[in-house]
Design a protein around this ligand. Structure first.
Ligand SMILES: Cc1ncc(C[n+]2csc(CCOP(=O)(O)OP(=O)(O)O)c2C)c(N)n1
Length: 210
């Protein structure tokens, strides 16, 4: 029997042409296959947003949960099924802004869950409002004069916890991205890969001064 593909190739993606999520899907899905993981032993969890739509493109059991709640749902899945690989892919708004509370507690508890954050530094799906990772002075829908505060420094948040894996990469720097996905999938600890990723709609809007 032919092995099922890890992604649904014929399903239309909702993402804009040029969105970093195409690379995110490609690299993570290929590395999940390289780990030998499949529908038998792997669950994908995502929240709400353009990034979060990714779970429906995988041929894996998945949960598309309420905004900001991926981490507690993933922890529940892992607690009930310790042998299952639990992967989260979601956006910065979902994981760091609205779900930030859960992120801090997960860092403390160190569950064996792999988090991939498509960090486009805005709430993209709702039209480009500022998120916790919007950089200072960046113009957005909610900060038309430029963001007045600093973005959250995740490196500092993770620094104290030596066992937890935290790395930054770039969705379009495929080699570096792939290398860090491999490490993340192999770790037995909580892992968070912060993937800086372009939002073409936000960049286009900026060109028109909002
Ligand atoms: C509890 C709740 N608050 C707000 C929303 C509206 N909402 C839908 S998507 C979204 C932004 C998602 O941003 P992010 O997680 O960064 O994903 P992106 O769309 O940028 O990939 C928001 C605020 C919602 N659906 N539920």
């Amino acid at each position: 029997m032919k092995k099922a593909e890890i992604v649904k190739r014929n399903k239309k993606r909702i993402w804009c042409p040029g969105c970093g999520l195409f690379a995110v899907e490609k690299v993570i899905s290929e590395e999940v296959v390289n780990m030998g993981w499949s529908k038998k032993d792997t669950v994908i969890v995502s929240g709400i947003g353009c990034s979060a739509r990714i779970s429906e493109y995988f041929n894996l059991d998945s949960m598309h949960v309420t905004h900001g709640r991926t981490i507690p749902v993933a922890e529940g899945i892992k607690l009930a099924n310790p042998d299952i690989n639990v992967v989260i892919i979601s956006g910065d708004g979902d994981l760091i802004s609205i779900g930030g509370n859960h992120l801090f507690h997960a860092i403390q508890r160190n569950p064996n869950i792999k988090v991939f954050c498509n960090n486009n530094r805005v709430y993209a799906m709702t039209g480009g409002q500022s998120s916790a990772t919007t950089e200072k002075n960046e113009k957005t829908k909610t900060d038309p004069e430029g963001r007045s505060i600093e973005d959250i420094d995740l490196e500092r948040v993770f620094k104290e916890k030596k066992n937890v894996f935290f790395e930054k990469t770039d969705a379009l720097n495929i080699e570096d991205f792939r290398k860090k996905v491999k490490i993340s999938l192999k770790t037995k600890n909580f892992s968070f890969l912060d993937i800086i990723s372009p939002c073409v709609a936000h960049n286009r809007r900026k060109g028109f001064g909002f």
